[in-house]
Design a protein around this ligand. Structure first.
Ligand code: AHR
Length: 503
């Protein structure tokens, strides 16, 4: 099989906002406790944070991490997580039927962000709480000393404000499962008043209003329209979420799901433009895809805890999806979609980062290792920065449940002008055919391959575990070449590849 692609230096989509490579950590299962925080772990630092996990996170070069939820945030009292640890209350977490010691709160999370070289993106509880707690939290985090909240922060050990720019106005407020779920009008009003109040404190905050929890929601896409009609000029991003599953064990359908993601982004981008026109506004609102990932492997195992049959356990195993090789291809396709839609998607967070539907797994008191899906995220975050190219792709395709003529080759291209590098991320969705792919490089000058990484496996269900942490891992590719302005690469059946060219 053959495919051809044209990459032209002047045909671009947009500068990619680095923040599309963000991540998410929730007080859920073992994401925090025995994930990033485990004071009696051999690698723990003075704050009780695991050094082995911190290193794996640091390697990912993550621009920001959304915290503390998720569904958890909708019944969370941020004040429970400040002050002396021994005085912090243990609370029941109504979202996941667990309990939380509050040993980690905003101070500990902020210090961890410094350790791993990332920034905080904080979510506000607009479920069980409202405007007053929101403004108090923002003032506590960002306010000057000499005021009540700033002084309280200082007395808890942090003098300088953290200057957090990104604030999520609640989480999945369209979802009936959410504590404090609201109609679009109810939420739109509350979000609008909250945004106005937070802006009275600091105009430069970047505010994210809740869009749909997924595109099968009965309220989608009217939800976006209504919420934006209430909030348009006072917010910067609208949040979307989507999780991917292969319950039917149909790889072709599964790997076509990013077509649905692309349509979802397109619809919400149009809705944004519709409301913008209606408002006669110059202001631009973008998409924050602040929860995305594969999530289905653990659904059955989680029922016992979620149904309350285990009482209120602290940090149980929950949402511990063990990712396989097939999921590498899926994550590669998802990230390619964000790169291709970088004109409208400016923020995104892989959900989540450690243990809970995560690229990094840990054993309590034991090892930390990379899941299979760590790698496509790693490569994109490290090398997918620059300008997204508007590639012209001709590839044979197939009909799937969500779309027809889905191209077997899913590809994105990024040009980093300063580093003079061109990076392509490609997935071959065909299970038995190698696809000989030519990429015509126009306007870049002569080029040479500087890196070629390939992920492929004979078993789509192969996984990494503590005892076989490298069972699915990238290998150096061979055979790609550049000559006469053309990059030629063989895309092996069911493979993920990254090809980097110095130009
Ligand atoms: O990431 C797991 C959960 O998925 C989040 O808590 C929630 O926002 C979404 O439904």
């Amino acid at each position: 099989m053959r495919a051809s692609v044209i990459a032209h230096k002047d045909f671009t989509v947009s500068e990619i906002d680095d923040r599309v490579y963000g991540a998410f950590l929730e007080h859920l299962g073992r994401a925090i406790y025995t994930g990033i925080y485990e004071p009696d772990h051999p690698t723990a630092d003075k704050d009780g944070m695991r050094g082995d996990v911190a290193q794996l996170v640091r390697d990912l070069n993550i621009p920001m991490v959304r915290y503390p939820g998720g569904n958890f945030v909708s019944a969370y009292n941020w004040e429970d997580g400040i002050g002396p640890r021994e005085k912090r209350p243990t609370r029941l977490d109504l979202a996941w039927h667990t309990s939380d010691s509050n040993a980690v709160g905003v101070h500990e999370f902020a210090a961890w962000c410094d350790t791993v070289g990332t920034k905080m993106m904080l979510a506000i509880n607009l479920g069980s709480r409202g405007l007053d707690e929101a403004r108090n939290f923002v003032e506590y985090v960002n306010g000057p000393t000499g005021s009540y909240w700033g002084d309280l922060r200082k007395s808890n050990g942090r003098t300088d404000p953290w200057d957090v720019k990104l604030w999520c106005l609640g989480n999945e407020m369209d979802g009936p499962w959410q504590v404090g779920h609201k109609t679009a009008d109810e939420y739109g009003r509350l979000a609008s008043e909250t945004a106005k109040t937070l802006r009275a404190f600091d105009k430069s905050l970047e505010l994210i209003v809740c869009g749909s929890s997924h595109s099968n929601m009965p309220t989608y896409p009217d939800w976006e329209r209504t919420v934006l009609e209430h909030t348009y000029d006072s917010v910067d991003h609208i949040s979307l979420h989507m999780y991917f599953a292969n319950r039917e064990k149909n790889t072709a359908n599964y790997l076509a799901l990013n077509e649905k993601l692309d349509a979802y982004i397109g619809t919400v981008a149009s809705t944004i433009e519709f409301v913008r026109a209606k408002k006669r506004s110059k202001h631009k609102v973008y998409i924050s895809f602040d929860e995305w990932n594969v999530w289905y492997h653990s659904n059955q195992a989680d029922r016992k805890v979620l149904d309350g049959n285990d009482g209120w356990p602290h940090a149980p195993r929950l949402l511990e999806d063990i990712y396989n090789f097939e999921d590498v291809l899926q994550v590669g396709c998802i990230i390619n979609t964000f790169i291709r839609r970088s004109d409208v998607v400016k923020l995104a967070c892989i959900a989540q980062l450690v243990n809970v539907i995560a690229p990094i797994m840990t054993d309590p008191k034991g090892a930390a290792w990379r899941q299979t899906t760590y790698y496509p995220y790693y490569f994109a975050s490290r090398f997918g920065r620059g300008v997204a190219l508007d590639l012209q792709v001709q590839s044979p395709g197939y009909d799937a449940e969500v779309a027809d003529n889905v191209p077997y080759v899913d590809i994105s291209g990024v040009y980093d002008e300063a580093a003079r590098t061109l990076t392509f991320f490609a997935v071959n969705r065909h299970g038995s055919e190698t696809i000989e792919t030519d990429i015509a490089l126009h306007g870049f000058g002569a080029g040479q391959i500087i890196d070629h990484q390939v992920m492929t496996h004979t078993d789509l269900e192969a996984v990494n575990t503590a005892s076989t942490p490298e069972a699915v891992a990238p290998k150096k590719g061979s055979g790609a070449s550049v000559a006469d302005g053309k990059l030629t690469v063989r895309l092996l059946p069911y493979s993920y590849q990254m090809i980097r060219v110095k130009v």
